[in-house]
Design a protein. Structure first.
Length: 279
């Protein structure tokens, strides 16, 4: 199987041709069981199913193949929402092992809200599993909020190296922690700092119905892979995963059944991250 390539067709058939344990990271943004047809700009596809059993069988056989081609040190991020999260979690436990479940990441976002007899749905869930206990993972950090620093940090002393505070060193003594040397706040499993794309007027938007923001994939790829690792997106759509992987010096394999999506991904990778400026 060639790398740095987009394959157009049924991802199950294509993944069955891939070598076992050949991929370092899998991210998939599959159909969400919305029971609707998606049409926007030049792109249209169906997410209509006979019933939930048909959908779950579709997902299960593909997840089993992803397990086969994932390296022992690899991880998989399954991106879904409230419609199927509770049905897919047991399937992931069965295939990848309950003990290899790492996180249910909540991607919380804002946007248009309508009045209805329930709370508006404003988050997706991303299930993170590793294939074994020996998996690639790097903690990432984001800057402390200014008000957090003011309220919880007291860097009242200053020397030639900058502002600092004294903290216990665990050995009965103390050490200086400098404000300018703190990494920041460790990123946890609630991601509310990444905005979704609204497909209208957003610079990143390619007007693809289910396009995800670059920042989301950048966080995933940086956390769970190294440079030159192979990243697979079997529902690659507009090519966000592939484009970000290339930018971060990873190798990629993309698959999508829609020829229009494959052409868009190819064009995006060829022209780079600034492609939307040309549209």
């Amino acid at each position: 199987m060639e790398i740095n390539k987009i394959y157009c067709g049924d991802n199950l058939k294509i993944m069955c041709k891939m070598e076992s344990e050949s991929v370092d990271l899998v991210y998939l943004d599959p159909p969400f069981f919305t029971q609707r047809d998606w049409k926007h700009a030049n792109y249209e596809f169906s997410d209509n199913w006979k019933d939930i059993d048909e959908y779950l069988e579709f997902m299960k056989v593909r997840l089993e193949q992803m397990y086969k081609i994932l390296k022992d040190t690899g991880s998989i991020y399954l991106h879904v929402d409230y419609r199927v999260i509770f049905e897919l979690k047991p399937i992931m436990d069965e295939i990848f092992g309950r003990g290899n479940f790492r996180n249910d990441i909540i991607w919380a976002y804002s946007g248009r809200e309508t009045k209805q007899n329930r709370f508006p749905h404003k988050h997706d869930t991303i299930l993170l599993y590793s294939k074994s206990k020996n998996y690639t993972f790097y903690n990432l950090y984001k800057p402390y909020r200014k008000e957090y620093i003011i309220n919880f940090f007291t860097y009242n002393d200053n020397d030639g190296n900058g502002k600092y505070r004294m903290l216990p060193d665990g050995k009965g003594g103390k050490y200086k922690q400098y404000l300018n040397k703190t990494k920041g706040q460790i990123i946890n499993d609630v991601w509310n700092d990444i905005k979704p794309l609204n497909n209208f007027g957003t610079q990143q938007s390619l007007q693809y119905p289910t396009q995800k923001p670059d920042e989301l994939l950048e966080r995933i790829i940086k956390t769970s892979s190294n440079q030159n690792d192979i990243v697979l997106d079997p529902f690659c759509g507009s090519g966000t995963t592939l484009t970000v992987a290339k930018k971060l010096h990873r190798k990629y394999i993309g698959i999508d059944i829609l020829s229009a999506a494959c052409k868009l991904s190819e064009k995006r990778i060829t022209r780079g991250l600034n492609m939307w400026l040309e549209l």
